[in-house]
Design a protein around this ligand. Sequence first.
Ligand SMILES: [Zn+2]
Length: 257
Amino acid sequence: MAMGNRLLDALPRAVLRKHKDALDPIEFPLKKVLHEAEAPIDYVYFPARGVLSVVNEPDPGDVVEVATIGREGFSGYPILLQADSMPSRTIVQIAGEGYRMKAGVFRKMVDSSRPTRDLFLRYMSTLVTQIAQITSCNRLHEVQQRCARWLLQTHDRVDGDSFVLTQEFLAQMLGCHRPSVSVAAGMLQKEGLIEYARGAITIRDRKGLEQASCSCYGFIVAEYQRLVGGGMERGSIVADRRANHSRNSRNNRTEAD
Ligand SMILES: [Zn+2]
């Protein structure tokens, strides 16, 4: 039976069978802190629906997203890398559900099977790429493109086309000020790509949103396809965007927000 999390579904069958009872089904309520900065990591989490954000707070109140994790990944990854905590916090950005596993059990599971460890390490490589790409994106690309990129990443990880999101949260996720996000979301709405009402966003034109995004979205998806396997994304965007990446980034380059 499919678990709904791509890493769990990609595990060797015997490994999943052996550890299935150690996976507790749980809800991910909005804004719940799953991993506090510098605190010991007791559980790893596998979303089946919803979005987790890894955020940094370089100065009090200044929150910025460094990575997003959904059904294609897992959180609590320092456990895989022989660390027991990290300086970033992980919060639930879009409510959903999934599974949790005790950190010690996860460590044993990974140690017991080479293909399992390799799978998680390949995912880690895609996550490092995502972090690097988002960092560059926030520095170089226009807010509207970044906004489209973030909405696509979120759309991939929810069921349906609508999700609850405040502009304040979106601004934090994009590392910019709220008025800039208001203008960017307003323009995407005017073009008929999204609808924004009463704190909920609805994706109206997926294809158009892909075209409105910078190349970072396609680049992140292509890297996941290459190292873990297809199926991270909902749209038809494919790896050939990656080939255009350098050219696009030059064209897209603007002053950071
Ligand atoms: Zn970008």
